[in-house]
Each structure stands twice: as C-alpha cells, then as structure tokens.
Design a binder for this molecule. Structure first.
Ligand SMILES: *Cc1c(COP(=O)(O)O)cnc(C)c1O
Length: 220
C-alpha cells in the first residue's frame, strides 16, 4: 500500500519521538518537487534538506510564498566556488569537511552559519569527511572564523553496513562529539549529532542522533 506523505510523516515522527522527543526530522527533498514540499509543510515539517546547489535555489524560488516557514539544510558535498551562491540562502550546513571551505564561508557569509563537521568514521575511501584523527586540528584552525558556528558532527554510514557496524559508527561519532563539546570552544559548542537516514535512523537515534536526515521513507 502506498501511503500519503502525511501518513509517512506521522508514522516516522512517532517512531522518532519514542526514542528522542527533541530530535529534529530534516526532510530530504532531493527526490521531489515543490508540490511534495508543500505537502510536507502541511504535515508539519519545517526543516528541509537538499544536496545540490541548483536544485536548492530553484526550489527556493518556487517556494517564496512560504519561505518564512522553512529552514533550509544543505547536506551535500559543497564546492568551494559554489559557496557564494548558496551560503546566505541556508540555515544549516551538514557537510563542512575542509578548511578551504570554511575560509570561503568566512569570506562570503553575512551571518554565522550553523555547521556540522562531516566526519568519515567508517574509513571508507569513497566517503567525504574529515578523518577522526584530524578533527582537533581542523577545529583549532577554524576557531578564528566568526561565521562558522560548529553546532555538531555529521556522518553518513556506508550503504552496506550491518546493524552492528552502524551502532559502532554512530557510537564513535557521539564519543568524538562529546570530546569536542567538553572543550567549550566558543565557536564550536558541538552539542548536536546529524546521523541517520531512511534505512538507519532508528539505530542512529538510539545512539544519540539529534538530527535525522530522511528522504526515501517519506515518499514510499
Ligand atoms: C539523500 C541523502 C539523505 C537521505 O537519504 P534517504 O536514504 O533517502 O533517507 C541523507 N543525507 C544525505 C547527505 C543525503 O545525500
């Protein structure tokens, strides 16, 4: 049976609430158009995630009438040269993964951007993200950037990870997050964890996710 977007939102929200009432559902809209986004808004969703700059800008221009109700999250790989087009159009960036990108954001942003440092906890070579051993140095290098506000860490688990591997990756991300939070760095409070997608959001929530990024499961 195909369920409506509204039914999917209700079911997923209930599952999320059972584990963590405070967790934020970010509806990933890269597969859908403005009509589905409007349905999601009516179903009570206000946080939306896109992974490509042109699609984000196009959807924003089609949704001008409801822009006040929307918080945009950029979740994809961000090219340094695209920063100027997008950085002042978004509320959250989930994919801060290199110093060069932070430098460009510092130059182009006209307000502090809520950023997640993307971390490669699985060690998969194809995945973008900072290596865990490099995090401290990179946060230190970013500490002078007042436009970068590191609110947490983000990761993407490998597509073929087993449940027990998923638990392991998410536990590791949480432990990295807690170590940074304990340092009380002014521009890196690092209290949040962006982890979990359609396939693995319940496991991520069990391990402490505060933001889950869900696409596919909303449209099935
Ligand atoms: C597409 C995407 C998601 C959502 O994935 P689903 O499996 O469709 O829920 C989450 N995070 C990132 C970074 C994505 O690119």
């Amino acid at each position: 049976m195909i369920m409506s977007i509204k039914q999917n939102v209700q079911q997923i929200s209930q599952r999320i609430e059972k584990v963590n009432k405070e967790a934020m559902l970010v509806a990933v809209t890269k597969y859908v158009g403005q009509q589905e986004i409007r349905e999601l808004l009516e179903a009570g969703i206000s946080h939306f995630g896109e992974n490509r700059v042109p699609s984000l800008l196009e959807k924003q221009s089609l949704l001008k009438d409801v822009s006040q109700s929307i918080q945009w999250h950029f979740i994809g790989n961000l090219q340094t040269r695209a920063v100027k087009d997008v950085i002042n159009q978004i509320d959250y960036l989930h994919s801060l993964d290199r110093l060069k990108l932070a430098k460009e954001i510092q130059k182009r942003a006209n307000h502090p951007i809520k950023c997640f440092l993307q971390v490669n906890v699985s060690g998969e070579e194809s995945k973008s993200g900072i290596q865990p051993a490099q995090i401290d140095e990179i946060i230190d290098q970013m500490s002078a950037f007042d436009k970068i506000h590191i609110i947490g860490l983000m990761t993407m688990a490998p597509i073929d990870a087993t449940d027990s591997e998923l638990h392991q990756y998410f536990v590791e991300l949480k432990s990295l997050q807690e170590k940074i939070a304990a340092k009380k760095i002014p521009n890196a409070p690092c209290t949040e964890l962006s982890m979990g997608m359609s396939r693995d959001y319940l496991i991520a929530l069990e391990e402490g996710a505060t933001f889950v990024r869900i696409g596919t499961a909303l449209y099935q």
